[in-house]
Design a protein around this ligand. Sequence first.
Ligand SMILES: Nc1ncnc2c1ncn2[C@@H]1O[C@H](COP(=O)(O)OP(=O)(O)OP(=O)(O)O)[C@@H](O)[C@H]1O
Ligand SMILES: [Mg+2]
Length: 233
Amino acid sequence: MLLEVTGLETRYGLSQALYGVEFAVGASEVVSLLGRNGMGKTTTIHSVMGVVPSFAGSVRFEGREIRGWPSFRVARLGLGLVPEGRQIFPNLTVRENLVATAGAGAGERRWTLENVLEMFPELVARMDIMGNLLSGGEQQMLAIGRALLTNPTLLILDEATEGLAPLIRDKIWACLHRIKQSGQSILVVDKNIRDLVKIADRHYILEKGRIVWSGDGEALTANRRELDRYLGV
Ligand SMILES: Nc1ncnc2c1ncn2[C@@H]1O[C@H](COP(=O)(O)OP(=O)(O)OP(=O)(O)O)[C@@H](O)[C@H]1O
Ligand SMILES: [Mg+2]
């Protein structure tokens, strides 16, 4: 497995958010983390990335224990995050946003400015504009392009289609399918299960900081009625 997480425990002050979270992502696999608001999806991602400290468990990436590493070292090892809320640098241009962290990852140089712009042609005419002047959809494309340019071994997306118009959403999903086809390993968090089932090989459901179910898309669809209480739909 590329990423293997076991027994992961995280708390914010006195309140515990993760209780022994366990999941794995294989090479060239697309895996989803599902769950209602506040169940611990972002906390899990932030704990893996070293953005928030965890206090127990194991995070192995390519066989190496990385729990407790600072996030810049985790990123450099090859984990690329498209964060919730995009987190574009507002006072950098689109070009500067794209190249600010480029080449940080350890993976092979599959993604270049050229092929990222080929995938997101909307950004070409916006290259010298400040990041905060982009539309929501353009900002999301920029956030994905920025993460790809680090050439991550594992791309992690936290709610990459949230708050976007349906047409823009479809565009982002189409791009994610292209990224998957390139052989990219992906961990994806999203609320749109119908789109997730089309792209993810396997799914995990988080409920109050615990993994309560895992399975492939077929199993998810077959057990939908029973699982809906965890998915809030
Ligand atoms: N910075 C923080 N300080 C304190 N508590 C937090 C913090 N971030 C998250 N929490 C709490 O941790 C729990 C998990 O939150 P988290 O953001 O991981 O959920 P989520 O599954 O990503 O939700 P959403 O779907 O709304 O993004 C929630 O109870 C939340 O209130
Ligand atoms: Mg979240």
